[in-house]
Every structure is written in C-alpha cells, then in structure tokens.
Ligand binder design. Structure first.
Ligand code: GCB
Length: 612
C-alpha cells in the first residue's frame, strides 16, 4: 500500500516541506517545517513520556479527512466539546506501552500498515524556567503531532530523532499530546514501500519532555585530528564572546564563541586511545552560558591508505557481522531496550567481531553507546535501499540529506562509528551517482573524521582464462567517491554456482581503495540438519560460509567482511511455508538465539584472523 501523497519541497536542502494532497483528498496540510532534532538527548534535563498511551486505529484515514468534528481524534476527549456523541472516545480506547511497534503489540496488527493515533497527558510545571520541547527518538514512518488539539509539527523518516519547541504552547498543569504515526511510504519516501525487512510501524523509540535553560549548549563535536583533541561547541541562542570550558579526562580546553555561536578549541592529546581491544572512554564536561552537560567519548583515528585500512595508524582487518535492529526473542519487534542491544552485541563479541554493520537504517542511540563501551567499530547507514528509490526526485534527495545529517549529528561523537554508508545495492545509473555524490559531500562536511562507503552489487563478471571461471570487477562509478568499497555478493545462494565451485570466483577492482565484503550468506532453519548440499539446512549454510571465507581470504586488498547476518529477522517477502514463515533465515543465530553451525565456522575464521 502506498501513501498516495506527493511531497513538494521548498527552500534549502534542510528546509521546509510542503505536502500536496491528491485531488480526491478531503483534507490539506498547510506547509510545515520538517521538525529537526534536539541533539545530545541523553545529556538533557528531561521527563520520560514512555509508558501507557491510548491508541485509535484508523485504517480508512477518517482522522485526516477531518470534515466532521467527531472524527478529529486529536480533539475529542471526554467531556466532549462536540455534543453528546463521542464516537472516537479516547477514554475507552485500548492501551499500548510505548515505545513499541504496533505489529508486535497485538496479533491482529501484525500486518497493519496505515495511520494510528496515540494520546497521553503530562504535567507541565509553570514554575520551571527556560525552553521546553517534546523530543521523539524515532517514529515510523510519518509523524504528525498535536498539543492540546493544536497541530505543532510533523516529521518524515522512521529512524531519526526530531523535537518540537512547545514553550509558548503549554498550559499550566495537564497537557494532552496526540501523535499520528503513519507507517505507509509514498513513492518518493526513503526507504520505499519495498524492503527486505518488516516495516514496523509506530512510536518505536522513546518520547521525552525536555527542559533547556534559556541559553544552552546545543551541540558539541570532539575528536582526534593529527595528534590534537579538537572540539567545537555550539551555544544557542547564537552570541559571540561566550566563554566555554571543556574537560575530557585530564585535558582542559577553554575558548569563546564566534559570531556563529561556536567555540573552536584544541589541545595536544595526552589521553589513551580507544580501540576494540581496549575501549577506553573519557568523561567529558562542558560548561557555557550557565548550562553544563556531560558525555563519555573515546579518541581514535581511522583512515584509508591505498588498499589499506588504518586504525590508530595501524592496519585493521574488520571482523564483522551485519545486524538488523531486532532483539533476540520469539516475537519480531523494533522495540529495543538497552538489555536487548547488549545481548545482540554480546553475540557479535562471542563471534570474535571487532566490527558490526548496523543495517539498513540508523539504529537507536542506545546501541551506538553500547558499541562505544563494548569495543565494536560500527558501520552506520541510511535506508537509501535498492533500485526503487526515486533518484531524480528533489523531495527524495532533500529527505536523504536531512536523514543523513540527523544521523551524523546524533552520532558523530560516538568513537565506535568508523564508516558512514550512503546506500545499499543501488543501480549504476547517472541520477543515482549524482544523488549519492551529494550525500557523500554532505557527510564529509559534517564529519571529516570517518570513512565513507556504500554496499555495491552488480559487479561485472569479466570472466577468467578457464571455462566456468568468474572474475567480478568492482567498477561501479560511485567507487570514485567512496573511501572503502563494499560488495554484497550471494554466490551459491542466489547464483547457480555450487558452494564447492567458489574456488573459481575472484574479485578485482580498478580502484586503489580498500575492499570489503559487506554481505554474503544463505538461509538455514535452526535445527534443520541434513546433507550439506541440501538448501535450508544448517549444514548447507556452514558449507557456504567455509567456501566463501576462502574466497574472501584470497581477495587482494580485502580489509574485512560483515556477512549477512547475526540473527534471523522478520521479512514479509520471505514466505517459504516450511523454512521461512516470514523470517529471513540468513542469521547465524535463530530469532530465539540458537546458534547455527555457521556461527562456529565464522568464529573459527575470526579466531585465526585475530592471531594475525
Ligand atoms: C541483500 C540485501 C539485504 C537482504 C539480503 C537477502 O542483498 O542488502 O537487505 O536481506 O540481500 O537476504 O537477500
């Protein structure tokens, strides 16, 4: 089902978004600003709005048609202000414990794709000074927000945070907030409505009521550059000459803001470096304009030199695994607690990983902070996924740019981030390359300290000297703009070749750049054993891993891998009645955490690699 809504862009890349409705629609949304995030949420003074919310399912879009007061869900509440009849009665509506996707909340909502309204109240203390905001860590896919029946903002994009200033809109005492989360994707959306994962709808990440001092530390970015700790601190509202003090471990920095409200500071580094073997984090404290915030960061460098990848100046081999954001457990859900994230990442550590590819969208902040703490280098990406993305659409490009900016600004202080990925499996066409080149340029401006990559496929088979030989040449024109080339290749699963013929396959590239394998794999149902030639068995998957790992290992310039993937995950396009039942079974562990044979194969390979 598609959103049937065309979004038109106005203004700058990160500017206003206007929505034009199709002629038959009964309603129209006035141009609104796409809500922007409040950065560094964990450091803010705030009140949680997680917990029980009422919800109303609206499969026919009655709420948006809005020509009848009884249907305007954001208004009606007992005692009704619209007469004696209250048909859409919030007080009699069912309850959901947010954050969570609705698909996992109730069996009948498993496949629901459309709008759902959520409502709760909270108390605002009129005595508390400063600015007040509602902050949302993630709502999939489109969100419209009302406060006390007034529409206050909207946001498009399911995996990035946003916030709305409500300082002038709060009532003393009780306030009511209504969210309409609509999981449908219009044709210009990112991703589109066709993905290989469940489109979990709803308020999938936490909601906060935040209080900021009148003048506050809006952003900071601290990193290691050429032996110096470099830190930029932004104070809002912007004013020149504001003194800023910053400490990182035993290092002390001080400076003053310029006209942009940014204080730029640097000091020679004397602190220990962060690495997967020794993930040392230093306490950060920043003081400016009467505000004070804290954080924990690590210091490290990552660079590409010719075909080599260098971490803290030394060659690095990425012992990785790809991961979707789904906890281990019998029910597929996007709800991720810290304990869930720790359990997933602990499985990656048990495999011997120093690297995780967090596919295919920004994962929640809690996962990134754990990666810092646990010593895992991270690949993070936005869902510019497959060939269906509208690479020629101005709306889509603006959306991608703002999504990527929000991801980078949220996470660039996380030392675990090593690679920003701009896309996964996109067509080798000029509009696509232009689109992604813009994203790459943006990413470098926002964060010059990370490497840029993209998962490429459709590598040309230039053939070998012998019959049956394949030499895949990584020649995608996007390669020119990337720091690291990454290849998705499903030999012996989606190709006709047998696993024991993988010795006939090799990879080459014309680019003098590091190359990694970002995906390969095969479906296996945990517990399904049999001869290794039999599809869907653990034995086949293990065999495919054994043979593919040999191929990976003899690839010149290969700096690592992140096979597909750690855990079986929900995917509506995986309908094999016996082996899949709407799970993609390429996990090395099942959805409930049973380790398959291939887990041991990869663990042994990584143990060898770790020895050097
Ligand atoms: C891919 C995609 C990934 C899919 C995987 C598969 O190439 O990048 O999202 O889930 O293949 O299982 O086919």
């Amino acid at each position: 089902m598609s959103f049937n809504r065309r979004a038109l862009l106005k203004g700058s890349a990160l500017g206003a978004v206007a929505f034009a409705m199709p002629a038959q629609a009964q309603w129209k949304v006035e141009p609104l600003k796409q809500a922007r995030p409040l950065l560094h949420l964990p450091a803010r003074r705030k009140q949680s709005l997680d917990g029980p919310w009422r919800y109303i399912l609206d499969p026919f879009d009655a709420g948006k048609r809005g020509n009848n007061d009884r249907r305007t869900f954001w208004k009606n509440f007992r005692p009704a202000d619209t007469g004696p009849l209250v048909e859409y009665d919030w007080e009699e509506s069912p309850i959901i414990d947010l954050p969570r996707d609705w698909n996992s909340h109730a069996a009948e909502l498993m496949w629901y794709d459309g709008p759902v309204y959520f409502r709760r109240t909270f108390m605002a203390d009129p005595k508390v000074q400063g600015r007040k905001l509602l902050a949302f860590e993630g709502i999939n896919y489109h969100a419209a927000i009302w406060l006390n029946a007034e529409k206050i903002g909207e946001h498009e994009g399911g995996f990035t945070p946003f916030a709305i200033d409500v300082t002038d809109k709060l009532k003393p005492g009780e306030n009511a907030i209504v969210i309409c989360a609509d999981s449908r994707h219009h044709p210009e959306a990112i991703p589109t409505d066709y993905t290989d994962w469940q489109n979990y709808g709803g308020v999938t990440r936490s909601v906060w009521f935040v209080n900021l001092p009148p003048s506050y530390i809006a952003d900071w970015f601290a990193r290691l550059e050429n032996g110096f700790v470099v830190a930029d601190v932004t104070v809002e509202p912007k004013a020149a000459g504001v003194p800023v003090k910053l400490s990182i471990g035993s290092l002390k920095l001080a400076g003053k803001t310029d006209e942009q409200g940014v204080a730029r500071m640097r000091v020679r580094n004397r602190l220990g470096l962060w690495s997967p073997e020794k993930p040392v984090l230093h306490g950060v404290r920043i003081e400016a304009a009467g505000d004070a915030v804290t954080d924990r960061i690590g210091l490290r460098t990552i660079a590409a030199r010719g075909k080599e990848l260098l971490f803290n100046g030394k060659p690095l081999y990425l012992r990785g695994i790809s991961i979707h954001e789904e906890p281990i457990g019998p029910v597929g859900t996007r709800r991720m607690t810290e304990a869930d994230a720790r359990r997933l990442l602990s499985e990656a550590k048990a495999l011997g990983c120093n690297f995780v590819r967090l596919a295919h969208y920004p994962h929640s902040e809690v996962t990134l902070r754990l990666a810092d703490e646990m010593g895992l280098i991270v690949w993070s990406e936005i869902p510019v996924y497959w060939e269906h993305i509208r690479y020629e659409s101005a709306h889509t490009l603006t959306l991608a740019r703002s999504m990527q900016a929000d991801m980078i600004l949220r996470d660039r202080n996380r030392c675990s981030i090593g690679l920003w990925s701009v896309a996964n499996e996109t067509p080798q066409e000029e509009p696509r390359t232009r689109f992604l080149k813009t994203l790459i340029e943006d990413a470098r401006k926002l964060d010059p300290t990370r490497l840029i990559t993209a998962a490429l496929n459709k590598n040309v088979d230039v053939g070998g000297a012998k019959e049956g030989q394949s030499i895949f040449s990584v020649t995608d024109p996007l390669g020119e703009f990337l720091d690291v080339l990454a290849v998705n290749q499903y030999e012996a699963w989606y190709s006709k070749r047998k696993a024991n013929e993988l010795d006939q396959v090799s990879f080459t590239t014309t680019y003098d750049k590091p190359l990694m394998f970002s995906e390969f794999g095969a479906d296996a149902l945990a517990g399904n054993r049999g001869p290794k030639e039999k599809f869907w068995t653990e034995d086949f998957q293990a065999w495919l891993f054994e043979e593919t790992l040999k191929m990976v290992d003899r690839t010149p310039g290969c700096v690592g891998l992140s096979p597909w993937l750690l855990k079986d995950f929900r995917s509506p396009r995986r309908w094999h009645g016996k082996y899949q039942q709407f799970w993609n079974r390429k996990g090395l562990i099942s959805e409930t955490g049973e380790r398959k044979l291939a887990f041991g194969v990869l663990r042994d390979f990584y143990a060898q690699k770790a020895k050097g």
